[in-house]
Design a protein around this ligand. Structure first.
Ligand code: ADP
Length: 309
């Protein structure tokens, strides 16, 4: 089944120019599409352009050029419909601590012009598991509950697309899981989710597809599985006292990068080969391993490789 595109970005550019006339290209000709019903991850190191992108969608940053369509509405021609189609969950807690969750949701619904009879406050409170705290001061909520209240606020106008900016930054593991569950149940209801995160395991757990931005450039856009496979590769460099007799495939998934008198560099898939098998293989040849340098394929590593190519 071909799913329709709910967010389409074509040749999007954002250039910031600062007072000392330096120009920063925060987004460089970005092209991507998000499909209805998916959980789409936007990853990238600091300065990659993630906030710029989200702020353009939110209408708080004006793009330099390019086309953005949300839920079929053009950001240039129908900015209000675009706004109505997205709910944004910000990074920072931004509500009055002396209001209760129920009051805050009502207030937010008012801001979005949702009529009293159309409000779904109870449903939302239940969805984010805050029905028990509906009438407590927001300030008395735990960190995780506050985060869930931020999610709830983004839902008052029932947007078909919800964008979460670093939803679990600074949230402990248990609460993070709870929040993931909330996001997933929201997604099961048919809401398309776009999230930015620093946590690779979060992206791995949550996202159907991932876009990686680096310095304003889209350096990867693929299914999570495909990207994780890149990340599964581990690089190891052994400093040795003589050349190792080894070939590609000597051990499962092993690929030789450099094999010289004093050095053996290889890559392999973590799921298929353990490092002690590799060490045993070398030691059996009576070779002394002087040092081992490993490079675990983490997100940064993927960035480096993707930007190099
Ligand atoms: P991220 O959210 O991925 O960390 P940002 O979108 O915040 O990235 O930033 C992308 C680039 O744009 C960075 O180089 C940043 O310094 C620059 N930038 C962001 N906002 C402004 C601004 N208001 N004025 C000038 N430069 C900015």
């Amino acid at each position: 089944m071909i799913k329709k595109s709910v967010l389409s970005v074509k040749n999007l550019n954002k250039t910031y120019s600062s007072k000392n006339s330096t120009i920063v290209k925060a987004l460089n000709n970005l092209n991507l599409e998000v499909k209805e019903g998916e959980i789409f991850g936007l990853l990238g190191p600091n300065g990659a352009g993630k906030s710029t992108f989200i702020n353009i969608l939110a209408g708080t940053v004006i793009k330099t050029s390019g086309e953005v369509n949300v839920w079929g509405f053009s950001l240039d021609k129908n900015p209000r419909q675009v706004k109505a189609s997205i709910g944004i969950v910000p990074q920072e807690v931004n509500f009055d601590p002396f209001f209760s969750p129920r009051q805050l949701l009502d207030l937010q619904a008012g801001l979005y012009g949702v009529k009293k009879k159309d409000r779904i406050t109870e449903v939302i409170l239940k969805l984010v598991s805050l029905e028990g705290q509906a009438d407590s001061y927001a300030r008395s909520l735990s960190g995780g509950m506050k985060r869930r209240l931020l999610v709830a606020k983004a839902l008052v106008h029932q947007p078909p697309i919800v964008i979460l900016d670093e939803p679990t930054a600074g949230v402990d593991v248990e609460l993070r899981k709870k929040l993931w569950e909330n996001i997933k149940s929201l997604n099961k209801e048919g809401v398309t989710i776009i999230l930015t995160t620093h946590y690779l395991n979060e992206a791995e757990e949550m996202c159907d597809r991932i876009a990686i931005l680096n310095k304003g450039n889209l350096v990867a856009l693929d299914s999570t599985n495909n990207l994780i496979n890149i990340i599964q590769n581990k690089f190891v460099k052994f400093l040795v006292n003589k050349k190792v007799a080894i070939k590609n495939g000597s051990l499962k998934s092993l690929e030789i990068i450099i094999n010289e008198e004093n050095q053996l560099s290889v890559s392999y898939e973590k799921s298929k080969l353990k490092i002690d098998e590799l060490i045993n293989f070398i030691k059996k040849q009576g070779i002394e391993i002087k040092d081992i340098l490993t490079d675990d394929g983490d997100l940064e590593d993927v960035f480096v490789r993707l930007t190099k190519n």
